[in-house]
Design a protein around this ligand. Sequence first.
Ligand SMILES: Cc1cc2nc3c(=O)[nH]c(=O)nc-3n(C[C@H](O)[C@H](O)[C@H](O)COP(=O)(O)OP(=O)(O)OC[C@H]3O[C@@H](n4cnc5c(N)ncnc54)[C@H](O)[C@@H]3O)c2cc1C
Length: 479
Amino acid sequence: MDRLEQLAGKQFDLLVIGGGIIGAGIAEAATAHGLKVALVERGDFASATSSASSKLIHGGLRYLQMGDVRLVREAHQERRALMNVVAPHLVHRLNFLFPLYDDGPHRPWFVRTGVLVYSALARAKINGRVSERRALRLVPELRTEGLHSSALYADAWTNDGRLTLANVRAAADRGAAVLNYAEVTAIDSDGADVVVDGETVRVQAGAIVNATGPWLDRVRRLEDPSAAPSIRLSKGVHLIADGGENWGAAVTIPHDKVRVSFAIPWEGKLLLGTTDTLHEGEPEDARVTDDDVRTILDEAAVAVRDIGEVRASFHGLRVLPGGPGATANARRETVYTHGAHGMLSVAGGKLTTYRRIAIDALDQLGVRNLDRKPRPLPGATGLSTIDWPVELDPATRSHLLHLYGSLVTEVLAPAVEDPSLLEPIVAGRPDLRAQELYARAHEWARSDEDVYRRRTTVWLQGSEPDSVSAEPDSSLLTG
Ligand SMILES: Cc1cc2nc3c(=O)[nH]c(=O)nc-3n(C[C@H](O)[C@H](O)[C@H](O)COP(=O)(O)OP(=O)(O)OC[C@H]3O[C@@H](n4cnc5c(N)ncnc54)[C@H](O)[C@@H]3O)c2cc1C
């Protein structure tokens, strides 16, 4: 069906604005509750914050330090639901080593007690102290000078962009109209104007949810020009470096009483970061600066020797409830507000707790008989009984299984007739040409960047193909 036809002349129960994890999660949950949904995203799905996170599905050790036990417990529950039911192909357990240096900000007993409580909330069996030998087995590049001891705990990692896409797909499979490159430009009591491929289409909907992350207040002002600012933004930068392939754990690096940074083995590279600095001005103005890069490398060097070549950098913007105070200490709460014409705006929260935020949003909209049980996303079931249509080496298989789950058979089906689709898209990455075809035909990818950056992991190579930019600029952030 034509993109405009999906929206024009239809009456929807719910229009969701914003195709990050929160908007996609709300669309997934709303369709599961029988609502007729339209999901519109100005850029590509997950092109903003939801592909720029630290990729952790975690309780958040630092929230425990801030005394927010409830948030940590809820996040751990969600982690278990995502790992076991919702997306076991995309969310994987990861051990974290917390090295304690003589000149570090914490007393060892404080961290060990914290890790014990955290692990109890996580219902994880591992916790406590690790010998230097074991620490080095887990992280061969760990810096050991001045190392007092290390603690170990468990969380999980994911591919944030693909987790978002899996929610979009779930909503679409249940009949939602899902459109990327479709921007909401006006809002009133019975619907919104959406610009699709240069044409404005009227979308009629019984309810509207604003899930536009850093653009939340801008979209609130479309409904009510006098809406007062409700959020602050904090910039977080990450680097992708070579390394991490033989690591058995990520490293949590403490910098002060609250703030930590991470070195995470991720998709065959090392993900380093993040920073946390107040961003004033428009979301589009945020940039990765030389200072950000230097800070991340300096902070990683506290615990990691010999960081490999930096291949890429990216930034995202955290949405924090408005108000004074340091961004690192600001509570990561989700705030729901109802606008002048009834639009519900959803601000803040975490990737980890997106399902809970989506259900709470439906609750705020008055949806009855909410089903809070975890539901498998497309590709999440039948993982152990996959009938592989073509021969692949184990590393490529596990990469594809991680990205697509059991939908991998759909991805590979055309390669039975055309074996050239089994060639890598770029040397050094396990992504195949078949994925490119699938992304454009079945995953709403419209540009090379959509394919290489958010449907596959080609961009991590930081080079070929030419069209992949290693460092996103504002156009990527805004779509
Ligand atoms: C540096 C950093 C690290 C993080 N690490 C973690 C982590 O490890 N684990 C964790 O659980 N959480 C983490 N988070 C938090 C998590 O990433 C965010 O909470 C989550 O991605 C927010 O998703 P969202 O859908 O609200 O926003 P976004 O992903 O920003 O989506 C909003 C979308 O709205 C679209 N939009 C804007 N205006 C319009 C319009 N007019 N019409 C249509 N669409 C529009 C935008 O294009 C955008 O795609 C991190 C956040 C940051 C910044």
